[in-house]
Design a binder for this molecule. Structure first.
Ligand SMILES: NC(=O)c1ccc[n+]([C@@H]2O[C@H](COP(=O)([O-])OP(=O)(O)OC[C@H]3O[C@@H](n4cnc5c(N)ncnc54)[C@H](OP(=O)(O)O)[C@@H]3O)[C@@H](O)[C@H]2O)c1
Length: 247
């Protein structure tokens, strides 16, 4: 199997893209650690992933993050793959309606959270020549009229640039860092925008391929970056979006 002997950590692995990714990595032979804030949901999810462990952690809390990485090393002795997936979507508001706390929360979860995990895992990935896969978004690649989630766009754009910074900096340690930018994917995050048939039709039509994506379709791209198939690929930004970002 392509990931035999590998240890993978997937943040936000309790549901959506993170859960599908954890299942995909496990199916390909990795032992997987998933994290999120909700212990009940985590326990339910981990049962559906062979060879997996879960640790409760809030990505906004440095101690929680360090605790997850320490426990992973204690349990498995090493780490090969980090998937920086956990994220949140704010209430839709125009920039002049957002207050500073709302802005800061999004940046704390979607950007500083990825920094916290990356910082903690780098010393371990240096030992294994491991890799990092950042889950950004099409919203980090370009502006969408009427999107009105500026803090989200800012956090995702920053993660795209950080992918390149980290890839460049840690290439000498043989750590590869790559990034995926999904279009609209069918998860809890996007449910509020697809309440009616009309909403669903609109969302589908926004993607040149004619439909929104499924979490497994993003997980397959993560699998590529996590495997030796991507052994000469670092700093890459891959849109997995049914063509949404090329419009
Ligand atoms: N769905 C899309 O259309 C789409 C498109 C582009 C990019 N993305 C990105 O893909 C990633 C996954 O999105 P998704 O659609 O799968 O979202 P989701 O279904 O809402 O899942 C989000 C995951 O992140 C975790 N999480 C959220 N806040 C957290 C916090 N403070 N601490 C720890 N864990 C936290 C959640 O667990 P708890 O809430 O239980 O803690 C959950 O496991 C995100 O980074 C998102 O921005 C999604």
């Amino acid at each position: 199997m392509r990931l035999s002997g590998k240890i993978a950590l997937v943040t936000g692995g309790s549901r959506g893209i993170g859960f599908a990714t954890a299942q995909m990595l496990s199916k390909n032979g990795a032992k997987v650690v998933i994290t999120s804030r909700d212990p009940k949901r985590l326990e339910e999810s981990v049962l559906k992933i062979p060879n997996a462990t879960c640790f409760v952690a809030d990505i906004r809390n440095s101690k929680d993050v360090k605790g997850v990485v320490d426990k992973t090393i204690k349990e498995y002795g090493k780490l090969d793959i980090l998937v920086n997936n956990a994220g949140m979507f704010p209430k839709i508001k125009q920039l002049h309606e957002i207050d500073e706390d709302e802005w800061n929360e999004v940046l704390d979860v979607n950007l500083t959270g990825q920094f916290r995990f990356t910082k903690e895992v780098i010393p371990h990935l240096q030992k294994t020549s491991g890799c990092i896969i950042n889950i950004s978004s099409d919203a980090g690649l370009k502006a969408y009229q009427g999107f009105n989630a500026d803090a989200y766009s800012a956090s995702k754009a920053a993660l795209i640039l950080l992918t390149k910074c980290w890839a460049l900096e840690y290439a000498k340690h043989k750590i590869r860092v790559n990034c995926i930018c999904p279009g609209v994917v069918d998860t809890d995050m996007t449910k509020p925008f697809m309440k009616t048939e009309k909403d669903i039709e609109f969302m589908n039509s926004e993607h040149p391929i004619g439909r929104i994506g499924q979490p497994e379709e993003v997980a397959k791209a993560v699998m590529y970056f996590a495997s030796d198939d991507a052994s000469w690929t670092t700093g890459a930004i891959l849109a997995v979006d049914g063509g949404e970002s090329i419009k």
